[in-house]
Design a protein around this ligand. Structure first.
Ligand code: UT7
Length: 329
């Protein structure tokens, strides 16, 4: 074990589409109000991709910025991991599309489908490859264009989601910066509370699946809410224990940005003041896998987190899946 190498986040960046859809815009589309959306979720607006913008387009934009910040070239990447539930196509993997676009000729490629937990799942995989020396530079991208799998007539879901991407470069650490612990989990028995029914081998696309809007997200919001609160707490607690860190030592917790009430419940559980829990869902809505990566990139850019700070990330999502990590940034 002692020969394992430490992995760090060398750089992180983000990309979001320009177009903004506000709660007031949604008032004109479905039977809802800005007040309901703000009080039940905390969301005020979200970024929405145009027709041509895919997950790879946003992922490439975020990646170029991250590579520049890390000072490494695409040819130096050994592995590209893309977390997304909105791949450009079923196959080839979006990681392959991005690899080709950026010229990462040496890199292996893989997509992972862990929904909103995908970015932390990706960090965990990257960490193992760095630890064993199998890879030196790993690119973890979380990119989603959820607007394209949203039922814009369903007020219970369409008010929640947004589009965006984050990209992180994970490298071997020669300082005390380190991904200290990761905790991953899943429970498929809750698969039917958050899912997209058609388009896979179970229900291939047909006129019927299109007519029934089965290519859009279906969710039992209350059940997801309850699971989210429980799993975010338990996974973050475990990640802190594994890292040997107390919540009071954390500079910042960056939770998955799904609902302000879920985030508040986590904050109270950890007994942390508001300024120690990052919230940006008012501007982006829920961008699934991308949410934590976008938030971390913002927090870093705004100087809220600096090298040497202890930070924690935690997420839950469709699957169900959940994940947490403690990082010395
Ligand atoms: O990344 C993981 C993905 N998902 C999540 O994290 C979602 C977790 N769940 C949630 O965030 C919340 O459950 C929601 C925000 C989705 C819903 O909030 P809620 O407090 O659980 O509301 P509810 O589903 O219990 O609905 C309450 C009422 C219902 O009306 P009645 O039956 O009380 O008359 C809904 O029909 O609110 C109604 N409603 C709306 N009203 C205005 C549902 N959506 C809307 C809406 N505007 N957009």
């Amino acid at each position: 074990m002692s020969s394992l190498k430490k992995a760090k986040i060398a750089a992180i960046a983000r990309a979001v589409p320009e177009k903004i859809l506000t709660n007031f815009d949604l008032e004109k589309m479905v039977d809802t109000t800005d007040e309901w959306i703000r009080t039940r979720t905390g969301i005020e607006e979200r970024h929405i991709a145009d027709e041509k913008t895919t997950s790879s387009v946003l992922g490439i934009e975020a990646t170029k910025k991250a590579l520049k910040k890390a000072g490494i070239s695409a040819e130096e990447l050994d592995f590209i991991i893309v977390a997304t539930i909105t791949p450009d196509m079923v196959f080839p993997a979006t990681a392959c599309i991005i690899q080709n676009a950026i010229g990462a000729t040496k890199a292996a490629t893989m997509d992972i489908e862990a929904a909103c937990s995908g970015f932390i799942y990706g960090l965990s995989i990257a960490r193992q490859y760095i630890a064993t020396g199998e890879a030196k530079n790993v690119l973890v991208i979380a990119s989603e264009v959820l607007s394209k799998i949203t039922d814009w007539d369903d007020r219970s879901t369409c008010i929640l989601f947004g589009d965006g991407a984050g990209a992180a470069i994970i490298t071997e650490s020669d300082s005390d910066s380190e991904i200290m612990s990761t905790v991953l989990g899943g429970d498929g028995k809750y698969g039917d509370i958050l899912y997209l029914p058609a388009g896979g081998s179970k229900k291939p696309a047909s006129h019927e699946t299109v007519d029934n809007k089965e290519h859009t997200i279906k969710m039992n919001g209350q059940d997801v809410f309850k699971a989210a609160v429980t799993k975010m707490r338990s996974s973050l607690k475990k990640a802190l224990e594994k890292a040997g860190i107390k919540s009071s030592q954390l500079k910042l917790v960056i939770p998955h940005q799904a609902n302000l009430r879920i985030i508040e419940s986590l904050r109270k559980f950890l007994d942390l003041p508001k300024e120690k829990v990052y919230v940006n869902l008012q501007k982006y809505g829920n961008t699934s896998a991308a949410s934590i990566a976008i938030a971390m990139s913002e927090a870093e850019e705004n100087g809220i987190i600096k090298r040497g700070d202890y930070i924690a990330l935690c997420a839950f999502g469709g699957g169900l899946t959940w994940a947490a990590t403690v990082i010395k940034y």
